[in-house]
Write a protein that binds this ligand. Structure first.
Ligand code: SAH
Length: 322
């Protein structure tokens, strides 16, 4: 289906919620009732960027910084694999301690476990992305965050919108399953620009799209702002499902953090993926991109999925074209 920008804006502005059911129907038809799990490892909270909204921004002096060694990371992967995870996601701040060579070593060791591997480690050169791909990485997550260039500039001091876009097109070109997404409810963000975000996902032909409400962090310059609207974030997600029918869409942790039922609502409005956190308790707490980040365990999730007639899929890598 195609929707014009105006049609998307109308859906976003209208109180009508039909799009949630429509997205649920399309999700069921194209990707089924199974919920794919991705085991997330947050291996470093050290970041050279200064994104205004992010609790890990370089100028936040209150964060206790950490980085995990290769051995620590592999230990967590091992545990995840024992629990049955078939996809591992490595996420971090933009931490230059991890050289391309070290990252490639980590990637190939993880690939020995016969899992799909997703990276979410920020903006890199084409050559770096190629090296990671050659070492075995399968997927990459890099949210565009917002396609409103002025807002992008305000939110990301010293960053370059064009470079972020370049990264996404490079990742696609290199054959990664490429994930992107946006924040909903950034101060000064318009509904029109959210429509542009959705059209950008379509133009890129994103394989995965993660959408989350903005949640203000007390130690950032946006600490006086209000949280994004969960309903609007789910709507952006639902429209994305309707337009990009067979992609993977996570029910994001930020949605669950705003509402104890956020994850289930998302799964009933287009989402088909959940990303439980495999990081140990101590480091999980230190990876505070926003406050009160909830976590979920597999058993709990299983119980809750039953209540909406859904189930966990663990016997597949969960690629887009399966
Ligand atoms: N350094 C990596 C990973 C970033 S953290 C990268 O650049 O891709 C993952 C995501 O958390 C970000 O893409 C952003 O969309 C989200 N995030 C950061 N701060 C947030 C906040 N205050 N509220 C909600 N989501 C936030």
């Amino acid at each position: 289906m195609n929707l014009s920008k105006k049609e998307i804006v109308d859906i976003l502005k209208s109180p009508d919620m039909d799009i949630f059911n429509e997205a649920d129907t399309i999700r069921k038809k194209y990707v089924g009732d199974g919920v794919h799990l991705r085991g997330l490892i947050e291996f470093s909270n050290i970041c050279k960027c200064n994104c205004l909204y992010c609790g890990l921004q370089s100028s936040n002096k209150f964060v206790k910084r950490y980085r995990l060694s290769k051995i620590d990371i592999i230990d967590i992967v091992k545990k995840g694999v024992e629990e049955g995870f078939k996809t591992i996601v490595l996420q971090s701040g933009e931490d230059e301690f991890y050289s391309t060579k070290l990252l490639c070593e980590i990637i190939s060791e993880i690939k020995n476990f016969n899992v799909a591997l997703t990276l979410s480690i920020g903006e890199k050169s084409f050559e770096d992305y190629k090296a990671f791909k050659d070492a075995g990485a399968d997927r990459y997550l890099l949210r565009i965050e917002t396609t409103d260039e002025n807002l992008y500039k305000k939110m990301h001091p010293n960053a370059d919108f064009e470079n972020r876009k370049r990264c996404l097109y490079d990742l696609k070109r290199l054959g990664y399953e490429t994930g992107t997404g946006c924040l909903v409810g950034l101060p000064g963000q318009s509904v029109e620009s959210l429509a542009d975000d959705i059209l950008f996902f379509k133009e890129l032909n994103a394989d995965m799209v993660g959408i989350g409400p903005f949640i203000p962090h007390p130690d950032t310059p946006l600490n006086k702002e209000i949280s994004g609207d969960l309903n609007l974030a789910i709507k952006v997600m639902a429209i994305t499902r309707v337009l990009l029918k067979d992609i993977n869409i996570p029910a994001t942790t930020a949605m669950e953090s705003l509402n104890p039922n956020g994850r289930l609502l998302a799964l009933q409005s287009g989402a088909n993926v959940v990303m439980p956190n495999l990081t140990d308790e101590l480091h999980k707490e230190m990876y505070e991109i926003y406050p009160n980040k909830v976590s979920i365990n597999k058993l709990d999730l299983e119980k809750r999925l039953k209540t909406i007639n859904r189930y966990i899929v663990l016997d597949s890598f969960g690629f887009r074209n399966h």
